[in-house]
Write a protein that binds this ligand. Structure first.
Ligand code: NAP
Length: 529
């Protein structure tokens, strides 16, 4: 979405929020919550500032710099609408300088031994963990996710740096048996060069480390562009990278005018790879824009995850797993269960147990300990959820639980369960990216597979069954990059993450995560006799 529109939507949310606070029947509850969270937010910001991790300028060539024209961008707390900070709003010129700096540094960084790069990355990992609380607070403040989830993301995000620090030492080439006796044939793997990494707001740290970890480990240098909604976490992480000894220019951060920054990265012949996580629409633009300079492109795009509950499922396991898969980060993850397909024989039983579990979710400001569901990122996100629910009910679905904005304010939406959803509804066809669980009844295994695959997306899928033959059959039939069997949280640094069809290209994490940052070179040594 264009920056101006997104900003306007966010501002709209703030104004409407204030109006709602003054007029709602639950005024006192809303105001006291707001007051409490703003006090907590102030203390949290102080803690972050005291640790030296409140950075608001971009990072180019190891220096913290303002936008060249002095423009800034407001970063808001989606739970309260408060402005947390003004950060540099950069564009083409700053990005070009960041690319030049990354290009110069590539020659020295890539010449270090793998062991030297590994040690520096390891230090970065240790600093991320040492500053776990400040990073988690930043994420809760600018993204809204509950502190427990934010702390989990710091561990998850840091795990990619640790994993790829280790993997740096395992970039092996090959020696191929020659076809002529006086020749030796070698395969070298070498870093691709400067990488442009564009990341979304829903995982402000982990989507960066999942890219920057393997890039730096393999000897590449990077220009990162975080989302305009969550630049503070990215800047704090970059500060810790500098402290760890990642050299000036190896890791640069620019944020602001997304199309300008994207264009600068795509048009540069020095940038050899674009790695992107975000919406399918923007991913397609970046793929097309990279054609002119024939860059490598990796894309982690949107999903439309089916979560299939078969008659033979263990209901407790199925409820726990679907709840986790659906409601993490208030439904704002690419692997969130977007369609819960439930077999007829278990539909009523599952629906009632699932609704009970959803009722136990506590909505609130992520800084409050009891919160398990934070706000959505902005007003536009809430409007999208409303549109999807209205579309479903107008076509015959029934709201079993929730179905409206939460009394806390305009970015909060009630955890919602919608029954009898069918193929013609938006809730089936597109990613809702919010706390709405659509239940879709089905009769047979074949029908479930057909419904699950009836989408252009192919990122994550889940199934709940106690049948071992079925778990194999269905896993193999699902057109998805990730499959969870009797488990709703499956992502880890040691396993490959990525989608098929229009959910993306390439894999992140695991030993496969290095491949996209390496070029293969064949060397033929002749006349050796
Ligand atoms: P988005 O709107 O595509 O934004 C992602 C990033 O792209 C942001 O940094 C954004 O900048 C930037 N961007 C926007 N327009 C651009 C352009 N023309 N050129 C270059 N960069 C541009 O996605 P989002 O709303 O942040 O994230 C939600 C989406 O990400 C969902 O679809 C979700 O499924 C997907 N996602 C996928 C994965 C995965 O691993 N497959 C993981 C997480 C999220 P600004 O924010 O500054 O505008």
């Amino acid at each position: 979405m264009a920056m101006a529109m997104r900003r306007a939507a966010a501002l709209g949310a703030r104004h409407i929020f204030l109006a709602a606070s003054a007029s709602a029947s639950s005024t006192s509850r809303v105001i006291s919550r707001r007051h409490m969270s703003s006090v907590d937010a102030g203390a949290a910001m102080e803690k972050i500032r005291a640790a030296g991790l409140l950075r608001t300028r971009g990072l180019i060539g190891g220096k913290w710099v303002d936008a060249y024209d002095g423009k800034t961008l407001e970063v808001q707390n989606p739970a309260t609408g408060e402005i947390l900070a003004n950060v540099a709003c950069m564009g083409n010129k700053e990005t070009s300088d960041a690319i030049a700096s990354a290009h110069t540094t590539f020659y020295s960084w890539s010449k270090l031994t793998a062991s030297e790069r590994s040690k520096t990355l390891r230090k970065w990992h240790d600093l991320l963990i040492a500053h776990k609380e400040e990073l988690a607070l930043l994420m809760t403040l600018e993204q809204g996710k509950p502190m427990k989830e934010a702390l989990g993301e710091v561990n998850y995000g840091a795990s990619f740096i640790e994993y790829f620090a280790e993997e740096a030492k395992r970039v092996y080439g090959d020696i191929i048996p020659p076809t002529l006796a006086d020749r030796r044939l070698l395969v070298l793997k070498q870093p691709i060069g400067v990488v442009g990494a564009i990341t979304p707001w829903n995982f402000p740290l982990a989507m960066i480390t999942r890219k920057v970890g393997p890039a730096l480990a393999s000897g590449c240098t990077v220009v990162v562009k975080p989302s305009e909604f969550t630049p503070l976490t990215a800047l704090a992480a970059a500060d810790l990278a500098l402290q760890a000894g990642i050299p000036a220019g190896a890791l640069n951060v620019v944020m602001g005018n997304a199309p300008e920054i994207g264009d600068a990265l795509m048009q540069s012949t020095q940038v050899r790879k674009i790695t992107f996580t975000g919406s399918t629409a923007v991913g397609k633009k970046l793929m097309a824009g990279s054609a002119n300079t024939v860059k490598k492109v990796s894309l982690e795009l949107g999903g439309n995850a089916p979560c299939i509950v078969f008659d033979d499922a263990d209901i407790e396991v199925a409820v726990k797993g679907s709840l986790a898969a659906k409601f993490r980060n208030s439904g704002q993850t690419c692997v969130c269960a977007n369609r819960i397909l439930v077999q007829e024989g278990i539909y009523e039983k599952f629906a009632s147990a699932f609704v009970k579990a959803v009722q136990s979710l506590e909505v609130g400001n992520g800084l409050e300990e009891s919160t398990s569901q934070g706000p959505l990122i902005n007003e536009a996100a809430v409007q999208k959820v409303e549109k999807f629910v209205d579309d479903a009910t107008s076509k015959g679905a029934n709201v079993i639980l929730g179905g409206k904005r939460h009394s806390l304010g305009m970015t909060f939406y009630e955890p919602t369960v919608v029954g009898n959803v069918s193929k013609d509804m938006l809730l089936f066809r597109e990613e809702v990216f919010g706390p709405v669980a659509p239940l879709i009844p089905f009769k047979t295994e074949e029908e479930a597979i057909h419904l699950a695959n009836d989408t252009n997306a192919g990122l994550a899928a889940y199934m709940f069954t106690t049948s071992i033959p079925r778990s194999w059959r269905v896993s193999e039939a699902l057109e998805y990059g990730l499959v969870g069997v009797n488990e709703g949280l499956i992502s880890t640094e040691v396993a490959p993450f990525g989608g098929v069809k229009q959910s993306g290209l390439g894999r992140e994490g695991s030993k496969y995560g290095m491949d996209d940052f390496l070029e293969i070179k064949y060397v033929c040594m002749g006349n050796l006799s």
